[in-house]
Design a protein around this ligand. Structure first.
Ligand code: AMP
Length: 231
């Protein structure tokens, strides 16, 4: 597959809206390379790298990590795409207009462009609940919700057996800061991508399966039916 036939999708939505879950399903179905900046930054922290150490202070406060660090993460992540993958799915990136412009530049250099921005919409109140009851696998970053989507065992991940923890930034006081960062920095992207006619709105306040079906309605048009593989 040549570079120019690679597809590029962005998954946009507030923290806790279910981007991670949908991103897994989308990337497996359409063979896309999933780039999750939050998860990548958490692995940098776990590995003790200099980048991780710098990012940590911002993340624990619920603030956005500085532009240069995020772009470094994106550029090095993008290089890891495999020849079998049909393009990129960005999850948690871009998070502000500067990052969106940064992404445009990278894509232009690769002769690529964004095909669609999937915007997962849901009311603010629901997100507080989703985040407050969220636990994350320390090992594989799988997410559960103790109320809505509980793991079989409270303490261990169903997928890999890793320990389930409440992320430091899922504490109520930090959640507020993250939602504020979203409102001031990330939400302008909705209009930005709408003006470029790239925005596809999906109601995220439905079952995981229904949300995914709605996403497929938007994404299928970019692939031949033989290209996809339902999981
Ligand atoms: P997430 O896992 O997407 O909720 O991200 C967790 C935290 O990582 C965020 O609250 C930010 O501190 C940081 N982060 C993730 N993605 C970005 C990004 N694109 N730009 C800046 N900071 C980010």
């Amino acid at each position: 597959m040549t570079q120019s036939s690679q597809r590029v999708f962005v998954l946009l939505g507030m923290p806790g809206v279910g981007k991670g879950t949908q991103a897994q399903m989308i990337s497996q179905t359409y063979h896309l390379f999933h780039i999750d900046t939050g998860q990548t930054l958490r692995s940098e922290i776990a590995s003790g790298s200099e980048l991780g150490n710098t990012a940590k202070a911002y993340m624990e406060k619920g603030e956005l990590v500085p532009f240069e660090l995020v772009m470094e993460v994106i550029k090095s992540s993008m290089l890891r795409i495999s020849p079998q993958q049909r393009g990129y799915l960005f999850d948690g990136f871009p998070r502000n207009l500067d990052q969106a412009e940064g992404l445009n530049k990278i894509l232009k250099d690769l002769q690529l462009h964004i095909d669609a921005v999937i915007y997962l919409e849901t009311p603010h109140e629901i997100l507080m609940d989703r985040l407050a009851y969220r636990v994350t696998c320390y090992q594989c970053d799988a997410k559960y919700n103790l109320k809505l989507n509980p793991p079989k065992n409270d303490k261990h991940c169903d997928l890999c057996g890793g320990e389930l923890v409440t992320r430091k930034d899922d504490r109520p006081e930090v959640i507020e800061t993250r939602l504020k960062a979203y409102a001031s920095e990330t939400s302008p992207l909705i209009e930005y991508y709408e003006q470029q006619r790239l925005l596809r709105r999906v109601d995220a306040n439905q079952s995981i399966e229904k949300v995914f079906q709605d996403i497929q309605q938007e994404v299928n048009q970019f692939f031949n039916s033989s290209d996809t593989m339902l999981v």
